[in-house]
Design a protein around this ligand. Sequence first.
Ligand code: PMP
Length: 295
Amino acid sequence: MSRENVVWVDGVVCSMEAAGVSPVAHGLHYGTGVFEGVRCYATSQGPAVFRLPEHLARMKRGADALAMPFDEAAVTGGVVDLLRANGLSEAYVRPLSYYESGGLSLDVAPLHARHLVAAMPWKSHLGSTEERGGVRLHTSSVRRTAASAVPPLKLCGNYVNAILAKLEATRAGYDEALFVDEQGYVCEATGENVFFVKDKQVIAVAHPDALPGITRATVLDLSGGVERAVTLEELRDADEIFLTGTSAELAAVGTFDARRLAPGPVTRELARLYQAAVHGESELSRGWLLPISAS
Ligand code: PMP
């Protein structure tokens, strides 16, 4: 088994093939699972995982919503064991907990959950948008699932909503979709939170239906920015717009519907500060990195 082709499953590191998934897994049929997207970065102390407790605390809230048992300490151990086993110095790490067996009824009480951690060499899902002058962002006609319908957590099935918005955007020639609510307030993108800069002030879009992003919280700390509700009209008038997410990091928006924006100096400086933080080169990031080296 190749070192990279391994996965952690309920306490054991095994090959991806050996992990197996039942064709009648509850999570496969109904999306009854919760996942996280976490990053491991190369630092002077070797590979280190960025803000793992915050990711697993959010995952626990998702598991609680599904009445699924979830052991944060066990999954932390799984992340460390897997990264030691696969030898990747930088990786995108995907913990996933889902209902596997116990039937296909909608009552989850009799079901048995499985807990996995996978890891892979990292590539931003927004790809090399920077080389093309920034993300091309499209205001979606698809509405974000309301928090009153599905809590804004990383629940597997709810990502169909994001995928439909992304499909509309890519079909129209854009990279990413922006969710806006019926009242005209900006919510988030399909896999990132939204920030903008106006007159040098950094503003994080706040919306009850948006995922409480860990990159968003980090960038608020690094920038001293403010968070508040923002209308689409106000966003259209921004000096700079950028998206934040574990995978995308800070991604400058270069096209917003019909408008071109130059990726600006505030976004560039915050992207630099963020890189310093995730690589352990900033005072602030000391408590944010979990080194995985065996010693
Ligand atoms: N919104 C959604 C819908 C997401 O899936 C993500 C990615 N987890 C984000 C925002 C950004 O969150 P984070 O910074 O915690 O990765």
